[in-house]
Design a binder for this molecule. Structure first.
Ligand SMILES: [Zn+2]
Ligand SMILES: [Zn+2]
Length: 246
């Protein structure tokens, strides 16, 4: 609908990018944000609330008739990110119960996957691992010889410095090879109203990282998850397939 190009002055953040949200989200950000998945050249997609979304669905899109209800507002991109980030806290009712169930299911499934991987490949016993984002692989080796290679997909990362979780589909520093499949998790979450799967960045820790990884591994059909340390926390990757080499 709108192009994210113009600048806006925010009293709190100074010169920022202009983003567009409906008036209802602007005044009450603690609710579900309906918007597209962010993309490299459209990082702050236009967002609207549930009632605006219902209006849009009635007409099958935005047009001159239903755009009025949006009461579109321009907000600074820092304010947009901060408000959207907090919106995960608004998950409640049946959607929240379903989410808690999905997390528990993913957690249990991941434990079984990790046990099977360890039994079959003994991943914890190798001298070293190396991941190659341009090849999309994680290689385990002993004595300089590669023994096991996994096809990987990045799930997301935790920053202990900022106390946040960031989905890999919203991290535009990643190479395309390792984030081609993760948008399926956003789509799965969007269809179910699972805000923790669709909000790019929110307050989260290493435990959240494992819980989200369990759900993501189920959605992606991954055979396990591997977590590696980063400069500020951890990166979680799905092991899509694993094979012995050498
Ligand atoms: Zn609205
Ligand atoms: Zn601002």
């Amino acid at each position: 609908m709108t192009e994210e190009a113009s600048a806006v002055h925010c009293d709190q953040h100074g010169e920022s990018l202009a983003t567009y949200v409906c008036g209802h989200l602007c005044r009450h950000p603690l609710q579900r944000w309906f918007c597209d998945m962010p993309e490299p050249d459209y990082r702050h997609p236009d967002a609207w609330c549930a009632s605006c979304h219902a209006e849009m669905l009635k007409e099958g899109g935005w047009n001159d008739h239903n755009e009025e209800c949006l009461d579109l507002q321009i907000i600074c991109h820092h304010c947009y990110e901060a408000s959207k980030s907090r919106s995960v806290e608004s998950l409640e009712g049946p959607d929240k119960e379903a989410w808690v169930t999905a997390v528990a299911h993913g957690h249990q499934a991941l434990q079984e996957k990790q046990r099977a991987l360890e039994a079959d490949y003994g991943l914890s016993h190798f001298e070293r691992w190396d991941h190659d984002a341009s090849a999309g692989t994680l290689t385990f080796s002993d004595g300089g010889v590669a023994r096991v290679v996994a096809d990987i997909e990045f799930i997301g990362s935790v920053s202990e410095a900022s106390g946040t979780w960031l989905w890999a589909w919203a991290n535009f520093h990643h190479q395309a090879q390792v984030v081609a499949r993760i948008p399926a998790v956003w789509e799965w979450g969007e269809a179910r109203g699972f805000l923790h799967l669709t909000v790019p960045l929110w307050k989260g820790d290493a435990t959240d990282g494992w819980e989200l990884s369990g759900v993501a591994a189920e959605v992606l059909g991954a055979c396990g998850v591997y977590r590696v340390p980063t400069a500020s926390g951890f990166l979680y990757m799905a092991l899509m397939s694993v094979q012995r080499v050498g």
